[in-house]
Design a protein around this ligand. Structure first.
Ligand code: PEP
Ligand code: MG
Length: 757
């Protein structure tokens, strides 16, 4: 059973398009189950009907022509119930609906299972038999399991068709859209550029090449480089190899020779394909063919081809790096965006980002927000390779991406862009005014930064300090750890740009979803593993180098404060302070006249919310990391789009813990700030101010919105709202309450996150 399933899935995975996918499914299922008929019906949302898309056993004439409304016939019954229907006398069932084009009159037994993807019925998979019998439980289990596994593949094939402007049944689809989750606000209209992780053959989009001759020469250079690597490797370990292993190396070298894979790739380049695309196509053609044979030896060879071609691809990508030409009004689309991908695009060209994975709380979304780029995250079925070069609209408010938009849709979005420009210029007028309530309560609005670009944007928006400089961002953009001097230079830029205002530098917070390419951390539960201060405690040399660089950079400026991430016990605070003091002493002895900066602790692990007394004895200030605090309080992976609807800073338990932290820190007389994204949500910012937070540190994009809301309320109103919010039992009622109260106060205009619906 497992073997049958695996082999069907493997064959389906290699299919070119939706039609090929469905034809493989009906043929293989009919064979595997030994039924007379297997058919698949898919919902075409354009016409709101389930269309017969492929069949083995019914009349082929009916394919694409026969369709049923939801709820119509037995297929409709399966879709309506979203569960299997297994009948021995289908024709006498009250919902039976005869479709003459299919000539199905002779089939009595019927088993239909829904194809469900992300909670939606995409279609129905049906098997039929002539004799009147109920399919046995094993048949049912087999079809259900298969359908569950096929759903994602079908959804993906549908999405690829949609990019070309077609609905599942081949009709012209108006403004195909892909749904994800809102990552960063704003809308953008531009051209997609697919980017992919290095050496991933399946991710390479087809593209034409600029100069065919030059591309062939370039490909051959890279092929030779890999051949050389393999020969060298073979020579190096010659003595340790058995004869059959030596043969394997020879086989590799043969595969890479001109008259094998190389020639096939060159022939494809000659047909105007870029080398990466041609290599990927040839490699995958062989890999898929070998994998389908179902023989262990050949499956191993498929792995060899994949490995060798990935090596060639790596060379092609390394050597082409830097020469990539990004379109104007570039929208980056990728399976999983990284900070490095964002940073590689010239700033003036990048207007939005789209990622198939991740959620609004992933670091790359936070970075997009800081850079003022609309972002859509977690677009599960995003056919990003197919989107390459296409016109796109990115709607960061509603988490939607449209490909090949119609002129009407374009005009609608252009109007929103115009509105946004207007709103921004209205907000600009308050940039130099204090963030003060109507009854004179003052809060400070600081910014979170990662790159120098953020710093410049932040200053323009009137930020009063940097509440969080994520030092890992510049680390993520490099190919090795920056030296102490290189770090000092980066830090100095931030400190100088904001001087004399304070700059809070957080020590390296890697791990979780922030890996460094040159320091891989592979763990089953990275968010509960080796991250933040835990890495620093195990690598004091990295920590010392970093804090030395920070203090050196602050010489003569004295506007630095140091923040410690992911603290989960007091020993980590004590050791960090001891190391910072040691670094300070060393610098002093080396002749640097630096002041010992204030040291702060982040509360982002729930346990620490209950040890504020111990923290304030040691630290000069406290900053709450509400992103991680929420993630850990609610046990919701901040990066997982499947559960992103469960992640909320406005959950009553999160609000209560924040209130507790605020009360305890304020009682100790220490400075209290928040540097999680919660601070940048104007509604939440009002509550935080009422709790007693003195500094709200956020992305530069939202700073003026927050200021505008706070300037239009009194502290008394904010405190009344907070008192009511703390009494609510769920997130929805907290949100409803805030909406109502802020609407009554006349400040809801800036809270609307959705302007298109
Ligand atoms: C946080 O967790 O709230 C925070 C500010 O840190 P980061 O988002 O970088 O993990
Ligand atoms: Mg954090």
């Amino acid at each position: 059973m497992l073997e049958k399933l695996r082999s069907i899935i493997q064959e389906v995975n290699g299919a070119r398009d939706l039609t090929a996918t469905l034809n493989i499914i009906v043929r293989r299922v009919q064979q595997a189950m030994g039924t007379k008929v297997c058919s698949v019906y898919l919902l075409d949302k354009n016409i709101g009907r389930y269309v017969l898309m492929a069949t083995k056993g019914l009349d082929q004439i009916a394919v694409g022509r026969v369709s049923l409304a939801p709820g119509e016939g037995l297929v409709g019954l399966v879709s309506q119930r979203a569960e299997p229907v297994n009948l021995d006398k289908a024709r006498s069932h009250p919902r039976y609906f005869y479709l003459p084009e299919t000539r199905e009159e002779e089939f009595d037994s019927f088993l239909g299972v829904p194809v469900i993807h992300h909670g939606q019925v995409l279609g129905v998979l049906v098997v039929q038999q002539i004799d009147s019998r109920v399919f046995d439980p094993e048949d049912e289990a087999f079809l259900i399991t298969l359908s569950a596994q096929l759903a994602g593949i079908i959804a993906n094939a549908e999405a690829r068709g949609a990019v070309e402007g077609f609905s599942p049944s081949g009709l012209h689809a108006a403004d195909p859209s892909f749904n994800g989750v809102p990552g960063a606000p704003g809308v953008a209209i531009g051209v997609a550029m697919a980017v992919f992780p290095p050496a991933d053959l399946r991710a390479i989009p087809p593209r034409p090449c600029k100069d065919i001759k030059a591309e062939i020469i370039f490909f051959n250079e890279c092929l030779n480089a890999v051949r050389l690597d393999i020969s060298e490797l073979k020579n190096k370990i010659k003595g340790q190899l058995r004869p059959e292993e030596r043969e394997l190396f020879d086989a590799y070298l043969h595969m890479l020779s001109d008259n094998a894979l190389g020639t096939e790739v060159v022939n494809l380049i000659k047909k105007d394909n870029w080398a990466q695309g041609a290599l990927a196509e040839i490699a995958l053609m062989h890999v898929d063919a070998l994998e389908q044979i179902g023989d262990d030896y050949l499956r191993e060879r498929a792995t060899d081809i994949k490995d060798l071609c990935s090596r060639v691809l790596f060379y092609l990508q390394q050597k082409q790096k830097g020469s990539t030409s990004y379109p104007d009004r570039c929208i980056l689309v990728s399976e999983e965006l990284s900070a490095a991908m964002l940073a590689e695009v010239p700033k003036e060209k990048l207007i939005a980002v789209v990622s198939a994975r991740g959620s609004a709380h992933a670091h790359v979304a936070i970075l997009a927000r800081a850079m003022g780029l609309p972002a859509v995250m977690g677009v599960g079925d995003l056919p990003f390779a197919e989107l390459d070069g296409k016109q796109l609209i990115v709607d960061g408010y509603n988490g939607k991406v449209f490909s090949n938009p119609s002129p009407e849709l374009r005009e609608r979005y252009q109007e929103i862009v115009r509105e946004e420009v207007l709103l921004t210029s209205e907000l600009e007028t308050i940039k130099d005014l204090p963030c003060e309530t109507l009854d004179g309560h003052r809060v400070q609005l600081w910014v979170n930064t990662g790159l120098l670009t953020d710093v410049l944007r932040s200053r323009e928006r009137g930020a009063e300090g940097i509440g969080l400089f994520r030092t890992e961002v510049p680390f993520m953009l490099r190919e090795q750890f920056p030296t102490e001097s290189e770090q000092a230079e980066i830090y100095r830029q931030q400190l100088e740009a904001f001087h004399p205002k304070m700059v809070t530098m957080r020590t390296l917070d890697i791990g979780g979803d922030k890996p460094l390419p040159y320091f891989p951390i592979k763990e089953d539960n990275p968010f509960l593993g080796w991250r933040g201060i835990r890495v620093s405690m195990d690598h004091p040399e990295l920590f010392l180098g970093q804090v030395r660089a920070m203090m050196r950079a602050s010489e003569g400026l004295n506007n630095l404060q140091i923040l410690l991430p992911m603290i989960s016990n007091v020993k980590e605070i004590d050791t960090s302070i001891m190391l910072i003091r040691r670094a300070h002493r060393e610098l002093f002895e080396e002749g640097h006249a630096v002041k010992l900066p204030p040291i702060g602790v982040m509360i982002e692990v729930p346990a620490m919310a209950y040890q504020v007394d111990a923290i304030v004895k040691r630290a000069d200030f406290v900053s709450v990391g509400s992103n991680d605090l929420t993630q850990y309080m609610l046990a919701v992976d901040r990066n997982n789009s499947r559960v992103s609807n469960l992640f909320s800073n406005l959950h009553p338990a999160v609000l209560r813990v924040m209130q507790k932290i605020a009360t305890d820190v304020r009682a100790a007389g220490k400075s209290l700030s928040i540097c999680g994204e919660m601070a940048g949500n104007p509604a939440a910012a009002v509550l935080l101010m009422a709790m007693g937070f003195e500094i709200l540190s956020m992305n530069a994009t939202n700073l003026l919105k927050v200021k505008s809301v706070i300037r239009n309320l009194t502290m008394v109103q904010a405190q009344e709202l907070l008192a009511k919010a703390l009494e609510q039992e769920d997130t929805e009622s907290v949100k409803a309450l805030i909406d109502e109260e802020l609407h009554n106060a006349g400040v809801d205009k800036l809270l609307r996150s959705s302007r298109t619906s």
